[in-house]
Design a protein around this ligand. Structure first.
Ligand code: UD1
Ligand code: UDP
Length: 363
């Protein structure tokens, strides 16, 4: 009988949303016999509540390598990651490399691998905001065009890739691994999270908000406007805002003061899911949280003029906040609106399994 060949995967992760996405694939890998995973953490996110907590809570295997590359400008950060990842690939000689999403860790991993002729597998391929000022948009486009296998979360993503001339046989529409994660951790959140009690929110209406995008945080005027409109809204309804370190740094640098928003430190995924399940509405500029709002059937205001998750806007579940709109007015309009949350845009919650099955077939 022919011996089954071992597939050696290097997984490159570094930022918070990538730990959540990768957790679903690591779990699927545990169910198959001929796949061995080596996890490389670039170190892009490094605080315990931005990194370690996800590995503990989500049972992600401990990274075999942590490159310790966090902070710095884009060029410096990405360049150092490229050097570090190349060394690991040369030592480990994997069958393929998996990268996730659109961060600097993603493009560094994809570039290091393709130059060494190691196949690149991109999970969450094909998303576009059509705004090249976003660092993530540049990372996505470049990563997609040097990837050998592209796993898309939505039909729109497939269309985007085809329009850019990417061969259909490289594209696999499997659904969104973040939907897998949200299904898997929903009950765990209910039984394990104490966040509602901790924040004294039992029986209380509240909005869950997050802000971290460079285009919202790095411009003083824009960050000031967002936080002051949230602060005004927080007079009417509680707002809980887990504060991303980038936003914390900028809020302090720009000396922006608020009175009514409840800021908390970043939290783990289990507590986050609990807040998402319990809140009345979500206001965010996060890519992942826009979808989680939908998964947990909550209306969402997105603090951006455009989004990659366009199906949520088109179906009326997600509202884009632009400069001419006031958050209070949008909230008033949305809170009484009946949302149509019956669509199923993100697959069946088995994206990770489909990805591993396809990888075994291809490699
Ligand atoms: C990165 C991604 C963004 C993603 C986000 C998820 C890029 C270009 N951006 O943005 O796409 O949505 O992660 O959260 O890759 N910091 C800490 N502690 C940490 C992590 C970061 O203090 O644990 C500080 C860094 O020192 C840096 C700032 O936060 O000054 C920004 O971190 P960085 O990883 O460069 O970008 P993010 O804004 O987190
Ligand atoms: N998240 C979390 N704790 C927080 C904030 C976010 O666990 O304090 C989770 C959130 O539920 C989602 C992911 O992190 O699964 C989104 O990450 P982020 O907003 O940092 O990045 P983006 O998705 O915009 O790239």
């Amino acid at each position: 009988m022919k011996e089954m060949q071992m597939i050696k995967i290097i997984t490159i992760i570094g930022a918070r949303p990538q730990f959540i996405k990768a957790a679903t694939i690591s779990r699927a890998i545990k169910d198959v016999e001929n796949v061995h995973e080596i996890i490389v953490h670039t170190g892009q996110h490094y605080d315990d509540n931005m990194s370690a907590i996800f590995f503990e809570e989500m049972d992600i295997p401990k990274p075999h390598y942590n490159l310790g590359i966090g902070g710095g400008n884009h060029g410096e950060q990405t360049g150092e990651m490229l050097i570090g990842i190349e060394k690991v690939i040369l030592d480990e000689k994997p069958s393929l490399v998996i990268v996730y999403g659109d961060t600097n860790s993603t493009i560094a991993g994809a570039l290091a691998s393709t130059k060494l002729h190691i196949p690149v597998v991109h999970v969450e391929a094909g998303l576009r905001s059509f705004n090249k000022k976003m660092p993530e948009e540049v990372n996505r486009i470049l990563t997609d065009h040097i990837s050998d296998t592209l796993f898309t979360p939505t039909n729109t993503a497939v269309e985007n890739l085809k329009k850019e001339g990417i061969a259909s046989d490289k594209i696999h529409q499997v659904g969104d691994v973040m939907y897998d994660a949200s299904l898997f951790y929903k009950e765990k959140a209910e039984s394990n999270s104490k966040i509602i009690e901790k924040l004294d929110l039992t029986g209380t209406d509240f909005i869950l908000a997050t802000v971290h995008r460079a285009e919202n945080t790095d411009d003083r005027k824009r960050l000031c406007r967002i936080l002051s409109e949230l602060d005004e809204l927080a007079k009417k309804i509680n707002i809980v805002l887990p504060l991303h370190p980038r936003t914390k740094q900028k809020k302090e640098e720009f000396k922006i003061r608020t009175k009514n928003i409840t800021f908390i430190d970043p939290i783990g995924y289990i507590d986050m899911v609990m807040l998402e399940k319990t809140c009345k509405m979500i206001i965010t500029d996060s890519g992942g949280i826009q979808k989680e709002a939908f998964f947990h059937q909550k209306p969402c205001i997105t603090l951006r003029p455009e989004t990659e998750w366009i199906e949520l806007v088109e179906s009326g579940c997600n509202f884009l906040w632009t400069e001419e709109l006031n958050l209070m007015d949008l909230y008033d309009e949305l809170v009484i609106k009946k949302l149509n949350l019956s669509h199923n845009f993100y697959g069946k919650g088995n994206a990770a399994k489909l990805i591993i099955d396809q990888i075994i077939k291809t490699y």
